[in-house]
Design a protein around this ligand. Structure first.
Ligand code: DAH
Length: 336
């Protein structure tokens, strides 16, 4: 808490600069508008008028440069994410639009999609409100089955479900692309998306986070291919060779189901034997394929899904997942 108060000054300091920058910008706009009036003046007054306007312009622009530099130089300290949210923080509408930037999770999600696209996958986005049918029924969760409880699902009063995983999109993706199979091609799609869980929030659990799902179906695909794709993805993302490992898992929509792990690289602070679970995966359950009318005796598939936040936390050594949804500018600016 104490640490947070000290850092609050920094933030306020920054905001004062931003307000000043915005004020100067408005002033410059006014001067520019004024400069247009030169044509209405008698010819002999124009030179003097032009000189004065230009001088004023230069003055403002120099001040803007100064303020901008002060802003960039301002020391930004790590934040205390456990602190009570800053109800007294200045209103955000002061921020000039130009100061905005991509959220680090979105930058990394783009990178994730780029890697899969280079491997030939199509991208489909998930939705932020879904239903029982896509969250459970089409994924082979029997009605009333306790596995449904494992997902800490939110519901709206109307019975809609903010999806607890991107697997809610599997049925739609299979339906949309299944004609490809008839043409002798495969289905290869990844689905990035925002997901929601009724979690007890702490350093490793958030109620809102991002996942990326992968779905692959063809006549002759194998689990070995799936592990190859996943290894390729993680080695590309972390830009180094990795040791991988799997252990048995359970998901109603895959059979068999696995948990996929990577050994935490030395360069990211890992020690030998330090394995981290990165995602769930497996061979798509025949019932999931049959639900869209794909003949499960002829075609096989594999699927996987895992958190993006976790991926990014490891890459940048972030200790707390709550940074991402905190909206704290000091944190976000570190990624600019
Ligand atoms: N949806 C699962 C989860 O969030 C992860 C997952 C496991 C996705 C296995 C898959 C899969 O596509 O095949 O816990």
């Amino acid at each position: 808490m104490v640490a947070y108060v000290a850092k609050f000054d920094d933030l306020e300091y920054n905001i004062l600069y931003m307000v000043e920058f915005e004020r100067l910008k408005q002033e410059l706009k006014k001067i520019n508008a004024e400069a247009g009036k030169i044509r209405e003046l008698p010819v002999e007054e124009r030179a003097e008028f032009g000189r004065k306007v230009n001088e004023k312009r230069r003055e403002i622009m120099a001040k803007m440069e100064e303020v901008e530099k002060a802003l960039l130089d301002a020391e930004i300290e790590p934040i205390d994410v456990t602190a009570w949210s800053g109800v007294n923080e200045p209103m955000p509408e002061f921020y000039p639009v130009e100061m905005g930037s991509m959220h680090p999770l979105m930058t990394e999600l783009d990178r994730v999609c780029d890697i899969y696209q280079l491997m030939g996958f199509d991208i489909e986005e998930s939705r932020q409100l879904d239903d029982e049918y896509h969250m459970f029924d089409t994924l082979n969760f029997p009605k009333e089955h306790p596995a449904r409880d494992g997902y800490d699902t939110f519901r709206t009063e109307e019975g809609f479900i903010p999806p607890a995983h991107t697997s809610t999109m599997q049925h739609r993706v299979l339906k949309k692309y299944k004609n490809r199979l008839g043409d002798g091609k495969s289905i290869a799609v990844v689905v990035p998306g925002r997901v929601f869980r009724n979690e007890d929030v702490d350093a490793t659990h958030e109620h809102t986070f991002y996942q990326c799902e992968g779905v692959y179906v063809s006549e002759d695909c194998t689990m070995g291919q799936m592990l190859g794709i996943l290894r390729e993805f993680f080695e590309n993302y972390y830009e180094q060779k990795l040791n991988i490992r799997t252990q048995p898992g359970y998901f109603p929509f895959t059979e068999p189901s696995l948990e996929f792990m990577i050994e935490k690289p030395k360069s990211l602070g890992g020690k030998k034997g330090d394995y981290l679970e990165m995602l769930g995966c497996g061979m798509i359950h025949p019932n999931v394929l049959e639900a869209v009318g794909i003949d499960a005796r002829k075609y096989h598939g594999f699927a996987w899904g895992g958190g993006i936040d976790r991926l990014v936390m490891l890459k940048y050594g972030l200790p707390d997942v709550r940074y991402f949804e905190s909206g704290n500018l000091n944190f976000l600016r570190k990624f600019n």
